[in-house]
Design a protein around this ligand. Structure first.
Ligand code: SIN
Ligand code: FE
Length: 294
């Protein structure tokens, strides 16, 4: 696992797919001072009681803000960040951008050091990302982070990527049961029902066995003392103004300290990878000896 500085001669897809972080010390793209000030300004304290502030680019909507005062300013700033981050990521990763799905952006406004959260929500324990409400069906979660704090670094701890993580932990975490579920006729019936409910407008999540396993794996890793204690650990500090990208379902990560970071997520199609076999879904399917998507 490495922190690779972006520049000419670097194959960005290869870096990311191999479970490394892609780092731009100068931020990679322009964020106006006005935008940074809107995000880091005086009204911040009133907002910082909320977990995460989310921005949905496709709907131009912000959620997670309790205090309506300043909401327009935050929405405007997040929209600008989202646009700039997407344009930057599309420029450096055109092969992904052709087929990706634009997901949410977020504003991480609370100091992470000493933050008290329930186990499954803790950010300071190594984990891979999985979204309870937005299954990816074997595609990958690409996140672009920018530290907009003018003074303080954001401190990460990461571990070896999925190609090393899965052989070590996936069976222990119960991969076999999820693979068996994929093969069971009951599962097909359940998925059919889920789709019908969804088509009827019910708020149910139709997820693949892969998505179910990844959600479980996220929680299992956070709750597993042995993994937390013995996994290889690498520390990286991201200075003010820097940007970094990672497949956060490939790279186990934890944030130990820092506040005021922006982030934009895209869902990258497994088929657009330079090496589709490096997708977590492909690695698990190979281990399980069957498809975990359909
Ligand atoms: C996470 O995705 O676990 C948190 C990363 C961060 O906010 O720096
Ligand atoms: Fe995470």
């Amino acid at each position: 696992m490495e922190l690779v500085t972006g520049g000419t001669g670097v194959d960005f897809r290869e870096v990311l797919e191999n479970g490394n972080l892609l780092f731009f010390p100068d931020g990679g793209f322009e964020i106006s001072r006005e935008i940074c000030q809107a995000l880091t300004g005086e009204a911040q304290d009133a907002r910082s009681v909320h977990k995460n502030i989310a921005y949905k680019p496709n709907a131009d909507k912000v959620s997670g803000l309790k205090d309506a005062r300043g909401a327009d300013r935050v929405r405007h700033a997040m929209r600008e960040y989202s646009r700039a981050a997407l344009a930057f990521a599309a420029r450096i990763l055109p092969d992904y951008a052709r087929a990706w799905k634009v997901d949410y952006a977020s504003f991480r406004s609370i100091e992470e050091r000493g933050r008290v959260l329930p186990l499954k929500k803790r950010n300071d324990l190594l984990h891979i990302d999985a979204f309870p409400t937005r299954p990816v069906f074997g595609d990958l979660i690409l996140r672009c982070f920018t530290n907009v704090n003018p003074e303080q670094s954001r401190e990460w701890q990461v571990s070896d990527g999925f190609a090393l993580l899965a052989p070590r932990e996936a069976e222990k975490a119960g991969l076999k049961q999820y693979a068996a579920m994929a093969g069971s006729p009951l599962h097909a019936v359940r998925r059919g029902l889920m789709r019908a409910f969804r088509a009827g407008g019910a708020p149910v999540v139709d997820r693949s066995p892969y998505d179910a396993f990844m959600l479980h794996f996220h929680d299992w890793l956070k709750g597993n003392r042995e993994y937390q204690e013995t996994a290889p650990k690498y520390r990286f500090d991201f200075p003010p103004g820097s940007t970094w990208l990672a497949f956060t379902d490939v790279v186990p990560h934890a944030v130990l300290g820092g506040r005021l970071a922006m982030e934009q997520t895209t869902i990258v199609s497994r088929g657009s990878l330079r090496n589709p076999a490096s997708a977590p879904s492909a690695i698990l399917e190979k281990m399980a000896g069957r498809s975990l998507i359909s």
